[in-house]
Design a protein around this ligand. Structure first.
Ligand SMILES: [Zn+2]
Length: 334
């Protein structure tokens, strides 16, 4: 975890409020929740100069993100009554306002239905969630039930008690927050957003068979528990790209099997974005880059010995050779 306080893709100057509203530390010093709001506007709210601002605002229609406070400073968009026994704005929560309306009466007048965000916008929200989750280890798990507005308003069946809010880790809405009445973000497509978020974070459900999983575990043990390798930034830049390009060009069972190894080690992100992500990892300059850098580091940082590009490339090539040998043995019926 790098624990970056700024989101890589956010504009941090247009509406940066932290100089005037410094915010407080999070209660337990960690982030554990991402809470979504809808702005009930068509464009960037002024937030009274920051007095009622969230941590971030996303415009999913224009695909832009603005950051207002560091990720680990408390934001100001929740009610925080003392009777709940938990500090709603400070309970390890990143607050994200999403531009759009959940109130059907306002949608009728102004459009921008929070339930009709275009696919690009849903992807962007997922990407933001993924970056925060990866940086800060927030679980990409959404609250179980979400209600449409106005059923979500007030003391609804999904409203948490202070104790439940305190204990919750994952992604929730203003409608769930204890001690609050607002029902936003209504019927936002949380399932699709979470699916994108897990994809960006490389946390998709895997489709490997039990045999594949056992084989991956054995492979991992053989190659990674004994003779490996951290300090991978340089290695990423230099050695591994060529090995991945080799794999990328192969068809048939070998290529597919190697893809499974990559999924197992680094997450499925690789398969779709291998070249782009690998380039970004070398630069560490995007959500892809940080995710990839983190994945590679986790997969290889087991012994404390510095890795060279040659060592990493040798590791990957050795895995490919093992795969080829195993597939040849299977083909020959051994
Ligand atoms: Zn709200």
């Amino acid at each position: 975890m790098a624990n970056a306080k700024k989101l890589s893709m956010a504009n941090t100057t247009a509406q940066w409020f932290q100089d005037n509203f410094t915010g407080g530390d999070m209660s337990d010093g960690v982030l554990e929740k991402i809470l979504l709001h809808s702005t009930e506007t068509r464009s960037w709210p002024g937030y009274s100069g920051g007095a009622s601002s969230p941590t971030l605002t996303i415009d999913p229609w224009a695909c832009e993100v603005r950051q207002h406070h560091d990720l680990d400073r408390s934001a100001r968009a929740l009610r925080d009554p003392s009777y709940t026994g938990v500090r709603e704005n400070r309970d390890g929560v990143v607050q994200i306002e999403i531009i759009g309306y959940c109130d059907p009466g306002l949608v009728a007048d102004y459009g921008h239905d929070i339930g009709e965000i275009p696919d690009d916008g849903l992807r962007l929200i997922g990407q933001v969630l993924a970056e925060i989750a990866v940086e800060w280890d927030v679980p990409l798990k959404a609250a179980e039930r979400w209600l449409s507005y106005p059923a979500s308003y007030g003391d609804s069946s999904v409203r948490m008690s202070g104790e439940e809010y305190d204990a919750f880790k994952g992604v929730l809405g203003h409608m769930h927050a204890s001690g609050n009445t607002h029902g936003d973000p209504g019927d936002i497509d949380i399932d699709t957003i979470m699916q994108y978020a897990r994809e960006f974070a490389g946390q998709e459900e895997d489709e490997l068979t039990p045999e594949d999983k056992q084989w991956m575990a054995d492979w991992h043990k053989k190659h990674l528990e004994h003779d490996v390798l951290p300090g991978v930034e340089g290695a990423v830049r230099a050695g591994v790209l060529s090995a991945f390009e080799d794999a990328d060009e192969r068809n048939g069972p070998f290529g597919r099997r190697f893809g499974s190894v990559l999924n197992s080690l680094f997450g499925r992100l690789i398969r779709r974005h291998v070249k782009k992500a690998w380039g970004a990892a070398a630069r560490r300059d995007s959500p892809f880059g940080r995710q990839m850098g983190t994945s590679v580091h986790r997969a290889s940082n087991l012994t404390g010995a510095p890795a060279t590009p040659d060592q990493v490339e040798a590791l990957v090539r050795s895995a490919m050779d093992d795969l080829a040998a195993r597939l040849a043995a299977e083909r020959d019926g051994k």
